[in-house]
Design a protein around this ligand. Structure first.
Ligand code: SF4
Length: 187
C-alpha cells in the first residue's frame, strides 16, 4: 500500500494526474453531489488505489452526498458501500480498481458518468473536454483520430503525452497506472 493521500489533496492531484475518466467523475460528483452506482465504484476504487484511506474516503463521499441528501441518508444508504469497497463489510473482499479494458467495455446508461470518455463521449463532448485539458490542436486531432480508429487506450496515452510533454512508452492500461506514471514525472 501507498503513502496516504488526504482528501484535501484530491482536487490538486486530479488536475495534475488523473486520467480523463476520473477527472470527469470527480467533476460530476462535485457538481451534482451525487453519482450513480457505476460511477461511485469506478471513482471510489480508483481513489482507494491512489492511497485514499477509508476514513478519508468516507469524508470525501459524505461531504458531497450530504449536500444533496443529508448526512443521515448518506450514513444509512451509502457509507456501507464505501466500507464494502475497502473490505470492511460483507465478504470482506479487498476490491481492486478497474482496468481500462473493464471501463471501456462497460455500458453506461442515461445519467451514468462512469466509462471511458474516449469510448463513451460524443465527439463534441470529447473534443471540448480535451480543450479544457489545454491540449493543443495537433494533439487533439491526433487523439480524435485514434478514437475514430477505436484505439481508446492509445488516445489516452496521446493525451498523457500532451498533458505531460513527455512520452508514455508503456502505454495506458489502467487508470491507476496513468496516475503513477504522472506522479513519477511530477516528482
Ligand atoms: Fe480511463 Fe483508461 Fe479510458 Fe484512459 S483509457 S480514460 S485511463 S479508462
Amino acid at each position: 500500500t501507498k503513502a496516504g493521500v488526504r482528501v484535501a489533496d484530491v482536487d490538486a492531484l486530479a488536475a495534475a494526474s488523473f486520467p480523463l475518466c476520473m477527472q470527469h467523475l470527480l467533476h460530476k460528483v462535485r457538481d451534482d453531489h451525487h453519482l450513480k452506482h457505476g460511477g461511485r465504484q469506478q471513482l471510489g476504487l480508483f481513489l482507494k488505489g491512489i492511497g485514499l484511506t477509508l476514513e478519508d474516503a468516507l469524508t470525501f463521499w459524505r461531504t458531497e452526498f450530504a449536500q444533496k441528501f443529508g448526512v443521515d441518508k448518506f450514513d444509512k444508504e451509502y457509507a456501507y458501500n464505501v466500507r464494502h469497497n475497502y473490505g470492511k463489510e460483507g465478504k470482506r473482499t479487498d476490491y481492486t480498481p478497474y482496468s481500462c479494458i473493464k471501463i471501456i467495455s462497460s455500458t453506461p446508461g442515461v445519467g451514468d458518468h462512469h466509462g471511458c470518455p474516449y469510448r463513451h463521449f460524443s465527439q463534441d463532448n470529447l473534443s471540448a473536454a480535451l480543450g479544457r485539458m489545454r491540449l493543443n490542436r495537433k494533439t487533439i486531432d491526433d487523439v480524435m483520430t485514434k478514437v475514430k480508429n477505436h484505439h481508446y487506450q492509445l488516445a489516452c496515452a496521446a493525451t498523457f503525452e500532451g498533458v505531460h510533454g513527455a512520452p508514455c512508452e508503456s502505454g495506458i492500461n489502467h487508470p491507476n497506472q496513468y496516475f503513477d506514471e504522472s506522479r513519477k514525472r511530477a516528482a
